[in-house]
Design a protein. Structure first.
Length: 314
């Protein structure tokens, strides 16, 4: 049961209302927390606030109003901008507040960020997330977190409101991001392998929907095959997670392996596949669009409702 006293006293901010951040902010709001939001698209922040909460015009303005600030942006460069850019939050967060960083980043960068924020009296949680937009909206994300006991003391109930499982992986930043790097290695390789397998079956003359039905009920399936190849069957490459995300994330995986001289042949091959897709102009399509790099296959196309076609032709 949610602690009613903490709910009324802890003020939460969320920066970044994309597919993940919007669900996280909504989950925190459902738990009874006062929620302040910022997004680079002001209309998105205002739409969220109409259902409850407050929209702000900059990270700095938002920072003055919160005890826990959750950042759900794409990469380290965007986190830097949120904190230290023009109208950044770092100079306005009060001492003892907690910055929760949910992006996939180089673990060494996250370690350094904890130190930079500590100089300002700001607590920090390294807290990458996994689960996708559906689990985000349901408050059932997996969070891979590490940080100080003091940071958890303030932010733990907020993390619980956003997630199904919060893993505590250490008492300082770094391990959360290290585990997320491993997760992204597997996710990227699984998507690339799923695309390769589906392309092979289609080129061999098997109907895509038959292949999907059999594989998802066989030992060779994976969560990524089931989820991403459903996008291929629908012919829908609307980006829930884009090709360029895995160009970035698998690049981080390979960079992280360097200091320990860890060979990553599968991650390297998958990274090349996503790079090829991006170079072909598919970078902003859904990551399942990596299947389009395979030549000589006819992919499913979207089913268009007859009434829609009539309407377009009218």
């Amino acid at each position: 049961m949610q602690d009613a006293t903490r709910t009324t006293q802890t003020r939460v901010g969320v920066i970044g209302l994309g597919a993940m951040g919007s669900g996280m902010a909504a989950s925190v709001r459902r738990a009874g927390y006062p929620v302040a939001v910022f997004d680079v698209r002001p209309e998105v922040a205002r739409a969220f606030a109409r259902e409850g909460g407050t929209a702000h015009s900059s990270p700095a303005e938002l920072a003055t109003t919160v005890d826990v600030l959750v950042s759900v942006v794409v990469n380290a460069a965007q986190v830097e901008d949120v904190l230290f850019g023009a109208d950044g939050a770092a100079d306005r967060l009060r001492e003892g507040s907690v910055f929760v960083m949910c992006s996939t980043v180089d673990p060494s960068w996250s370690v350094a960020l904890e130190e930079r924020l500590a100089e300002r009296g700001i607590l920090y949680l390294d807290a990458p997330i996994s689960g996708g937009a559906v689990k985000s909206a349901a408050g059932e994300l997996t969070m891979m977190t590490s940080g100080s006991a003091a940071a958890y003391a303030v932010a733990a109930p907020v993390l619980d409101a956003m997630s199904g499982t919060v893993y505590r992986l250490g008492d300082r930043a770094g391990n959360g991001s290290k585990v997320k790097i491993v997760n992204q290695l597997l996710a990227g390789v699984h998507i690339a392998a799923a695309a390769e397998a589906m392309a092979l079956g289609i080129k061999a003359g098997v109907a895509a929907d038959d292949l999907y039905e059999v594989i998802t009920h066989s030992a060779g399936t994976s969560w990524m095959f089931e989820n991403r190849m459903a996008h291929v069957l629908a012919g829908d490459y609307t980006p829930l997670s884009a090709v360029d995300i895995f160009v970035k994330d698998l690049g981080l995986v390979l960079d992280a392996a360097g200091p320990t001289r860890s060979p990553l042949p599968l991650a390297a091959a998958a990274h090349q596949m996503f790079l090829q897709a991006s170079a072909a102009g598919l970078g902003r399509e859904d990551d399942s669009a990596v299947i389009k790099i395979f030549p000589g296959i006819e992919l499913p196309t979207p089913v268009v409702d007859a009434d829609t076609v009539d309407g377009l032709g009218a």
